[in-house]
Unconditional design. Structure first.
Length: 411
């Protein structure tokens, strides 16, 4: 790769930011910094941009040392670092990476705009969840924007090397983010091939993720922590009644957050004391015994806590207009609020709604519940998923029957 002079590199970057629609105010800021950097390079007899040059520039001009990069800095200093990182990224990838983009509409090429619309329809026809469709469409749009930045407007000009070059722009993101992008791109290029928008099946050439990284032990609550958490909820007010019912459902029955949010009146079979619903993730029907404390918590909320709104959903927001929770709301704020009230440390481990599900599975495992039974209770189709979920050696599991209500007794 022929290295460009710093002045030429900055000129190309300027054109790319203009193409992306950066505001005039932002452009004025970047132009000032680029001019300062070019002058600094000339003073030090440097013609090309290097990481070392950028680091020295930040230290000498703004007092920002390299050790500060990983710290939580004021917005002004963060912006100065972003200016330098943007130049370095553009030099390597010839694209402005996602972490710098603030506006929502990134596609302007009619071919790519049409492809995005058709891909979304394709995902809907496949029956993907709303969240999955959102990820697939957004991440495929980022890929198409990368193609535009590299002056590629015909999908047939895309090669597997270009796809891998785009994936390399994700360096520094978490394993989960990269894995998610790979899945999105595989689905997108499969769509292009099946709809004869490309002549070559690029999706088949993309490597599969062989195994999910499972290095972190899932967060699990102790018996004492759970009692403190639940005890911190003020069940005397409407919101507390709602939160108590939600958290109890999560830690007693092990429901996924999305399934809790989507519970409807029709899912509660009060006469048979059963909770019946279709899982959002697996699309499989689920039937669980409605244990007494969960049932009474829901009844208490419906009678004395829930706003008088015409909604089929059990749980709604307690701020007008009293709508159901959105797809993006993972209810983690509920957990954190009551952890603080209960003086439970929020450091080191991520404690969201899903951690209560992990805890439910762990309690069952500790009581030597057979793995197939745990899979049934928490809604896994494959017991291998449950084994990974619990971080266990399947050979060490005992096969002994267990009453469901006994297993989840936290009292």
């Amino acid at each position: 790769m022929n290295q460009k002079l710093l002045s030429d590199l900055v000129s190309d970057l300027e054109q790319e930011l203009l193409r992306l629609g950066y505001t005039e105010g932002s452009m004025c800021f970047y132009r000032r910094r680029w001019k300062q950097l070019i002058n600094y390079a000339e003073e030090h007899n440097e013609e090309y941009f290097t990481e070392q040059l950028g680091i020295a520039f930040l230290k000498d001009k703004f007092g920002i040392a390299q050790d500060d990069f990983a710290k939580v800095l004021p917005q002004k200093e963060t912006q100065e670092i972003r200016v330098i990182r943007m130049i370095g990224d553009f030099q390597i990838h010839h694209a402005v990476l996602r972490r710098y983009m603030k506006h929502k509409e990134i596609l302007t090429d009619p071919v790519f705009v049409e492809a995005r619309v058709k891909f979304k329809d394709f995902c809907i026809e496949k029956g993907y969840s709303k969240v999955t469709i959102g990820h697939y469409v957004k991440q495929s749009a980022y890929m198409m924007d990368y193609l535009s930045a590299n002056e590629i407007s015909d999908f047939n000009d895309v090669t597997i090397d270009i796809i891998f070059a785009y994936i390399r722009t994700l360096a520094g993101f978490t394993y989960k983010t990269i894995e998610q992008n790979m899945c999105s791109l595989r689905a997108f290029f499969r769509f292009l091939y099946q709809n004869e928008m490309i002549n070559h099946d690029l999706a088949s050439e993309m490597p599969m993720i062989k195994a999910r990284k499972q290095t972190n032990i899932p967060s699990v609550w102790t018996h004492d922590e759970l009692k403190k958490l639940i005890g911190a909820i003020d069940r005397g007010n409407p919101k507390g009644k709602r939160d108590y019912a939600i958290i109890l459902i999560a830690c007693r029955l092990g429901l996924r957050c999305k399934d809790i949010k989507e519970l409807r009146f029709e899912n509660f079979n009060w006469s048979e004391k059963k909770l019946c619903f279709t899982q959002s993730k697996t699309k499989q029907p689920m039937e669980l015994p409605l244990v007494p404390d969960v049932g009474w918590a829901v009844i208490d909320y419906l009678k004395y806590g829930r706003p008088k709104v015409d909604s089929p959903y059990i749980f709604v927001r307690h701020l007008a207009p009293f709508l159901p929770f959105s797809d993006e709301d993972h209810l983690n704020q509920l957990i954190k609020t009551y952890m603080i009230k209960a003086h439970i440390s929020t450091a080191n481990k991520h404690r969201g709604m899903h951690s209560l599900r992990h805890t439910m599975a762990s309690v069952l495992l500790e009581k030597e519940t057979p793995l197939p039974v745990i899979s049934d209770i928490i809604g896994h189709i494959d017991t291998n998923s449950t084994a990974v979920y619990l971080k266990v050696d399947m050979k060490q599991l005992s096969e002994c029957p267990l009453d469901f209500e006994e297993a989840i007794d936290l009292g």
